[in-house]
Design a protein around this ligand. Structure first.
Ligand SMILES: [Zn+2]
Length: 466
């Protein structure tokens, strides 16, 4: 493996050279969507970030098993232990089966991901399809003494865990801070402490999503699925766990506590978190009126949008910022991204038309070295883009006759540009894909991708690796 990839590990708060547990192979788990609403801007960033990592690891020669879950049960409102299940609530409001809700929004999510040219993970497990694994893991945590049963529900004993391992390592919080920032229990809860969290919840009579368990008929707590499914598909130790920074606490902290309580050791080695997006400097939220779905962005139908933005404009815009920086969406910034992407695609078109000369006055190895160094440095996609732009200038100079390039160098340059722009950054020439007509960039691309997917055998050969 000639990669010298360095990743920022949230757990250790420093950049570390990436060393997989098994040479040549990578196991990666990323928290996926809770499927009760349309995919929005907040989904685009983690999807593109971990797609970039997935693509780069593969391009570096690793066999990658990328697991991204679908949360279709257990995610309660306000990410808390009380309140209604997000999917069950939507099902009640729309008079649908919870599975209809989950299926419908999972499909919508997949279509949006296809439009963004986000590759399908190796495995996309559903929480509701892994109830047995979750019950088994809860049993192990109970056996190890880090959980208690209360009125049919099972709660994680944070204080007991904190006595042996430290709770809050990932987010840098300690139990005292957490205690100070949580409200007192009102006496209605089955929990001993407000900071304890549910591993299993007894279903109330009106709760429609329920399964039998040794403790009650109920459903798993939200954090449980990721511990259980990462263990199921990647083993008790695996390489990378990713997600948005908003999931760091409590979700990822609870995952670490659950896995450590059951196993006696950490499961994931590198914790990678993408930063959040803002819209015109504000946090995105339904109550703020700036909640923009990806469909609205692609069609330009939200009142905050001056125009439609193609999926590749969104992807390019996300990649123009380093994944650990904040990213602010505005019409000006998106229009600039649209222009930039257009310039890059025109440069690639010009590259295809270049005529070789007897000798080179340029050195395309420089581009390969710059791009690789940038990607190895914690996935610095903005530096890759800036190197590609420098070479668009060079390509234009070659076209004008101010520089020359040999046949061998021209081939090498094409290979490098394609590798980084298309294979690794995952950009697509939307106009060349036959989608130039009107503003409807999405439908033809999605149709094309969906029809490609029908060759399931080929997809499985491509993505199954272990
Ligand atoms: Zn998760």
């Amino acid at each position: 493996m000639d990669s010298k990839l360095v990743l920022y590990n949230t757990l250790t708060r420093r950049k570390e050279t990436f060393e997989p547990l098994v040479a040549g192979r990578v196991g990666m788990y990323v928290c996926g969507p809770t499927v009760y609403g349309d995919p929005h801007l907040g989904h685009a960033r983690p999807a593109v970030t971990f797609d970039l990592l997935f693509r780069y690891l593969k391009a570096s020669g690793y066999k990658v098993r990328y697991v991204r879950n679908v949360t279709d049960v257990g995610h309660l409102e306000h990410d808390a232990d009380e309140g209604e299940d997000k999917i069950a609530k939507k099902a009640r409001l729309e008079q649908l089966e919870p599975m209809e809700v989950a299926h419908y929004y999972t499909e919508r999510y997949h279509r949006a991901m296809d439009a963004l040219n986000v590759e399908t993970p190796s495995i996309e497990p559903y929480a509701s399809g892994h109830i047995i694994e979750q019950i088994e893991l809860i049993r192990r945590i109970l056996d190890d003494g880090f959980a208690y049963v209360s009125n049919g529900s099972v709660y994680f004993d944070v204080e007991k865990y904190n006595g042996k391992y430290r709770y809050g390592r990932l987010s840098g919080r300690n139990l005292e801070d957490i205690v100070a920032n949580t409200r007192e229990l009102d006496g209605q809860s089955d929990k001993r402490h407000s900071y304890d969290f549910a591993l299993w919840k007894k279903a109330s009579p009106e709760h429609i999503m329920r399964w039998p368990s040794p403790w009650s008929e109920g459903f798993p707590g939200w954090h449980m699925e990721c511990s259980a499914m990462s263990m199921r598909y990647l083993g008790e130790r695996f390489d990378i766990h990713g997600g948005g920074m908003d999931l760091m606490f409590p979700h990822h902290e609870c995952e670490i506590a659950q896995s450590t309580a059951a196993l006696g050791h950490d499961s994931a080695r590198y914790w990678v978190h993408n930063n959040m997006i803002t819209i015109n400097g504000q946090k995105m939220g339904k109550s703020l009126g700036n909640f923009i779905t990806l469909g609205e962005l692609f069609a330009g139908t939200h009142e905050l949008l001056a125009q439609a933005y193609s999926p590749m404009t969104i992807r390019f815009f996300v990649l123009q910022a380093h994944y650990r920086s904040t990213l602010d969406f505005s019409n000006e910034a998106l229009q600039a991204a649209e222009k930039g992407l257009d310039r890059l695609m025109k440069g690639i078109e010009a590259l295809e038309k270049l005529r070789p000369a007897a000798a080179s006055t340029v050195n395309p190895a420089e581009l390969e070295e710059r791009c690789r160094a940038a990607m190895d440095d914690d996935l610095n996609s903005p530096m890759v883009i800036s190197a590609l732009f420098d070479w668009v200038r060079t390509i234009n100079q070659i076209a004008d006759g101010r520089e020359t390039i040999s046949e061998a160098d021209l081939d090498a340059l094409k290979r490098t540009v394609h590798r980084y722009a298309f294979d690794i950054l995952g950009l697509r020439d939307e106009k060349a894909a036959g989608a130039a007509a009107g503003r409807d960039y999405v439908t033809p691309l999605v149709e094309m991708l969906l029809s490609m997917r029908q060759d399931l055998g080929a997809s499985i050969r491509l993505w199954s690796i272990f």
